[in-house]
Ligand binder design. Structure first.
Ligand code: BTN
Length: 264
């Protein structure tokens, strides 16, 4: 099935997430476009999808490799009634939704890496970039950007990411329909966003910890060259990682790259 606006809108009709679809053959970044239309009053649940991005954005100002005809690059617009300080909860909610759906293709092999990576057999398959606009301490909108490597071959990844990256095609040995995947991803997102709104963050946190492999493990977090080490105690009520550091203090950490100490 062709990856185009018609097929996507057809399959998503009646859903809350994907109620309106903006599809582009090429875009600078779905997150940039989503923020632009959200500023102009686009309703919650609107999604932006691009077949390729010329300025795909990763976390910490990194580039997200976004070639055409291969992967999924999408952004979801949300307007939650929450404080800006707890917005990281939404990144973890999106992570649980994507991990659960990816598990249908790779049962038992999907893990979540704090704060926003999804891995299959320890290689990165998906990244999430959450951005928001606030006014006077209130959230105007949140954009959840999700990039998933679907049909990319190992040799097509940029050399610096190749070894540590994977795609659904690499993991399953077959070409995957991007239309099927994106529809299932949004359904999973909708389910988990409803759980988040009705039951609160506790249910998300428990599920997130089940998919992660860092609880009670010794880790190091590198944030722009600043290294912190400690044992992971869990996730706090805002979505920050709780670290028991080497000085015996418990600290919430909001950003950085995590690696397990002693893990090769
Ligand atoms: C990361 O792991 O660093 C986050 C990557 C997020 C990439 C996605 S692709 C769709 C959306 N648009 C962007 O420009 N970035 C996100």
């Amino acid at each position: 099935m062709d990856f185009n606006e018609h097929n996507l809108a057809d399959r998503l009709s009646g859903e809350f997430i994907g109620n309106t679809v903006h599809f582009f053959k090429e875009l600078d970044s779905t997150n940039i476009y989503a923020s632009r239309i959200a500023r102009n009053g686009t309703p919650e649940g609107t999604v932006v999808i691009a077949d390729c991005q010329t300025r795909g954005k990763g976390r910490l100002n990194r580039v997200w490799q976004s070639p055409s005809r291969k992967n999924i690059y999408t952004s979801i617009i949300l307007k939650p009634s929450i404080k800006p300080s707890v917005a990281p909860q939404l990144t973890l909610t999106a992570g649980v939704a994507a991990a659960e759906f990816l598990s249908r293709y790779c049962p038992g092999a999907v893990t979540l890496k704090w704060p926003n990576d999804i891995q299959v057999r320890k290689n990165k398959i998906c990244g999430i970039l959450t951005e928001m606009r606030t006014t006077g301490g209130t959230i105007d909108f949140v954009v959840i950007g999700i990039g998933i490597n679907i049909n990319m071959r190992k040799e097509e990844f940029d050399e610096e990411f190749r070894e540590a990256s994977t795609s659904l095609r690499e993991e399953t040995g077959r070409d995957i329909s991007r239309v099927d995947f994106v529809v299932g991803l949004y359904q999973s997102f909708e389910k988990w966003y409803e759980i988040y709104k009705s039951e609160g963050f506790a249910s998300i946190k428990d599920r997130w910890l089940e998919y992660s492999e860092i609880l009670d493990k010794k880790i190091q977090i590198n944030h722009r060259g600043n290294i912190q080490k400690g044992k992971v105690l869990g996730i706090d009520e805002c979505g920050a990682l709780l670290l028991f550091d080497e000085e015996g203090k418990t600290k919430p950490v909001l950003a950085g790259d995590v690696s397990l100490i002693g893990d090769k």
